[in-house]
Design a protein around this ligand. Structure first.
Ligand SMILES: [Zn+2]
Length: 184
């Protein structure tokens, strides 16, 4: 969150990529694994002003948990020893918008895009009748549901949680300010 404050205020560190690259040839030691959206406006390494080797990223449009994404997160925790997982949603998410169109208007998207909208449907349906902005509510619900799914992913993540070596949190990235608000 301190890195996010630097990013928001325009005081990101200057990274010497050449020396960072060379220092990390023998391994990596990420302190966080981020499950974020593929959206080109949100690069988690920039948003938290992290260096090479700091942040293990899993990105899929709509930032929901896939089997392969879960396997990657388990690798980050069990093999690399990452002590924190962050599920990072964001404002104006195109995948969430598409999911809402699929739920409300029964829009059928071409190709494999329904794989995304189908995965997001349960979270969207939970907040359909809530007051306020549907896309904001669905974005928050999807983050919370993804955090809960990870918290119950046995055995690797649940074991690390119960040992106290892992925390799982969720946040939403604000597009205009770059600020991340923790919501789960
Ligand atoms: Zn998105």
């Amino acid at each position: 969150m301190e890195g996010n404050e630097r990013y928001v205020s325009g005081n990101s560190k200057t990274h010497d990529f050449k020396s960072e690259r060379e220092a990390l040839v023998s391994g990596q030691n990420p302190f966080v694994s981020v499950l974020g959206c593929s959206d080109s406006r949100i690069a988690p390494e920039y948003a938290f002003d992290t260096a090479r080797g700091d942040l293990f990223a899993i990105r899929v449009a709509g930032n929901f948990v896939t089997d392969e994404g879960l396997a990657s997160l388990e690798y980050a925790v069990a093999v690399l020893g990452a002590p924190l997982i962050l599920v990072l949603g964001h404002e104006s998410c195109g995948a969430i918008s598409a999911g809402i169109k699929a739920v409300k208007d029964h829009t059928v998207f071409p190709g494999h895009i329904p794989k995304l909208t189908d995965a997001l449907k349960p979270s969207i349906e939970k907040v359909l009748n809530q007051p306020g902005s549907l896309i904001d509510n669905a974005t928050a619900q999807n983050v919370k549901d993804s955090v809960n799914r990870l918290k119950n992913a046995s055995p690797l993540l649940t074991d690390a949680l119960s040992k106290g070596t892992l925390k799982i949190v969720g946040g939403v990235y604000r597009l205009a300010s770059g600020k991340v608000d923790l919501i789960a």
